[in-house]
Design a protein around this ligand. Structure first.
Ligand code: GRF
Length: 201
């Protein structure tokens, strides 16, 4: 059984979608740990409710980013984590963490990469006036929002659609795609070939 650590800093709706999928037996993996860097994050209450262990590790408690990540790696080893699922973790991972879990870290980004990288994918695409946007699930490498793409899902932006309405539809799509991507990883259905990810049947 693969042990999963979810990294989140905020609301945690993707965390809950993954917990729900696990509850339905869809993931074939165990969500063993939440790694969170923000004591105010709503995801903490979700983890308590779901009885998922929490590692609350704050950057300000460490002199360097390297020490901060060493503390995270220690926890991940303690829980024998086989997959890191980034779900709104508002920090860029450093090389130590990425190298320690090479090809075992995935992220979800609310835009069709490589467009609209960064912290405000939905807003940036909306303001730009795109007609189609969507969700990208990808492996994490050392560049932001850059690693090989696992899955993408597209949405048409409706005429006169409010940002809030678009956000709601985007999150709904995230909650469908992320458990699917985890399931594919756990089932060893993802083969990385350079920039491309082959999804095995
Ligand atoms: C999601 O939109 C995800 O794509 C982005 O951060 C957001 C996290 O939302 N990386 P939530 O905390 O899971 O509700």
């Amino acid at each position: 059984m693969v042990n999963i650590a979810i990294f989140a800093s905020g609301r945690g709706s993707n965390f809950s979608a993954l917990v729900e999928a696990q509850g339905k037996g869809e993931l074939r993996a165990r969500i063993s740990l939440l790694v969170c860097d923000n004591p105010q994050a709503k995801v903490l209450a979700r983890a308590r409710k779901a009885k998922v262990d929490i590692a609350l590790i704050k950057r300000e408690d460490f002199v360097s980013k390297c020490d901060f990540e060493a503390a995270i790696i220690k926890k991940l080893r303690e829980y024998k984590i086989g997959l890191i699922v980034m779900a709104g973790f508002m920090r860029i991972l450093g090389p130590d963490l990425i190298r320690s879990y090479k090809n075992r870290i995935i992220n979800i980004h609310p835009a069709l990469l490589p467009a609209f990288k960064g912290a405000h994918g939905i807003l940036d695409a909306y303001k730009y006036g795109v007609k189609v946007t969507g969700i990208t699930v990808h492996f994490v490498d050392e560049k932001m929002d850059h690693g090989p793409i696992i899955l993408q899902g597209a949405l048409d932006v409706r005429q006169k659609e409010s940002l809030a309405a678009l956000e709601a539809r985007m999150h709904k799509l995230e909650h469908q795609l992320y458990p699917l991507a985890v399931k594919l990883f756990v089932g060893k259905k993802l083969k990385i070939q350079g920039r491309k990810v082959k999804v095995l049947p």
